[in-house]
Design a protein around this ligand. Structure first.
Ligand SMILES: [Zn+2]
Length: 365
């Protein structure tokens, strides 16, 4: 390990002797009686020296060997140190310029996962993850592009047909792609987001063998109504296969993110559909008509660009949190963002007693 003072943290003086690391109050750390020798020592924590060299340097600065050791330990315990070696190795998995693009993302991870080698480990897990996004509309392609930019190693987008004007958004497909096959255009968007690095990575992956199942599937139907449909056929297949999946979409003026379903461990789309049916008995009938290409469909489905972008960003964040080992708020719940008032709220979802997705295996047999 080569200790590096977290580059993500600012260093400011509260008074002539009190040094503060970080600005956001909740995470800020304060060092009192920070004298000149201490400050000179901090300057040596640039990721070029191992611990023995730092101990010797501390002694030379007059800090004393034991005191320098304690100082290093307390800086690490306070979450102020990164390991420059682990950081470099995690970024080395990505080709340039993606490596440079990811530096601020890794800096952010280093604050959420403060132990010296934790954030590089999280990024390594993202690099190994495979995300499939179903739906190449305003929301779906933006989710895919953001995830690729954030370091997810394999991002694929599945859809049919050709790009229309309604599919385009600044975070997803540009208007110049209108008329191109949706899958081809979405692949380009994903590669662009990763600084074209992803294409290289995927070209070098071993071919021939069948692709392993995705780490998570994002269900982002172009027609946002599909995100409300819950227990759709494809979701049931994902449940059976044990593949985590996240619903996301915009319907009329409302954007939804969730539920993020961990099969057998959290409430599923069917649970949500059954809950909505409890509140409105006609709900399944309405949904069934939405799913058809009938006269009941709107001619111009509503989809506010800012709302679609916000929802895509939130969905990508929740996927990242899941990949990073956290439990996003869309698990056993869902988030709604309204274009009418800009408010975001989180609603709780319980497993529905009639669904059975959370029944214990013994009860099923
Ligand atoms: Zn369920």
């Amino acid at each position: 390990m080569r200790p590096l003072l977290k580059p993500a943290l600012s260093r400011t003086w509260r008074d002539t002797e009190t040094l503060q690391f970080g600005t956001v109050h909740r995470h800020a750390r304060v060092v009192e009686q920070a004298g000149p020798a201490f400050c000179s020592f901090l300057g040596l924590l640039d990721g070029t020296r191992e611990r023995p060299a730092l101990l010797a340097a501390g002694e030379q600065l007059g800090l004393g060997l034991d005191r320098t050791g304690e100082l290093l330990d307390s800086l690490e315990k306070a979450g102020l140190l990164d390991d420059a070696v682990a950081t470099r190795e995690a970024l080395a998995r990505y080709p340039q310029p993606h490596r440079e693009l990811l530096a601020p993302d890794l800096a952010s991870l280093s604050l959420i996962h403060p132990e010296p080698e934790a954030a590089p480990g999280v990024l390594r897990a993202r690099a190994a993850a495979r995300i499939e996004v179903r739906g190449a509309g305003r929301v779906g392609v933006a989710v895919a592009a953001v995830l690729a930019a954030g370091g997810v190693g394999t991002v694929t987008v599945v859809d049919g047909g050709r790009v229309t004007h309604g599919d385009c958004s600044p975070a997803g497909l540009p208007p110049s792609e209108v008329g191109r096959l949706r899958t081809t255009a979405a692949r380009s968007a994903v590669h662009r987001a990763a600084g074209h690095g992803l294409a290289e990575r995927q070209r070098h992956s071993p071919g021939g063998s069948p692709a392993p199942p995705p780490s998570l599937v994002v269900l982002a139907p172009r027609d946002g109504g599909g995100a409300f449909a819950g227990g759709a056929f494809e979701a049931r297949r994902l449940m059976r296969a044990g593949v985590p999946h996240l619903y996301v979409g915009v319907l009329e003026h409302l954007g939804v993110v969730g539920p993020l379903v961990l099969p057998g461990a959290s409430a599923c789309g069917d649970c949500l559909a059954l809950t909505r049916t409890d509140e409105d008995a006609a709900w399944p009938r309405l949904l069934a008509q939405l799913a058809e290409d009938g006269p009941g469909r709107p001619r111009t489905p509503a989809c506010d660009t800012a709302l679609a972008t916000a929802v895509a960003g939130l969905a990508a964040l929740h996927v990242q949190l899941h990949l990073d080992g956290a439990r996003p708020p869309s698990v056993d719940g869902w988030c709604e963002v309204s274009a009418a008032d800009g408010l975001a709220r989180r609603l709780r979802l319980r497993g529905h007693p009639d669904c059975g997705c959370l029944w214990q295996p013994l009860a099923v047999r």
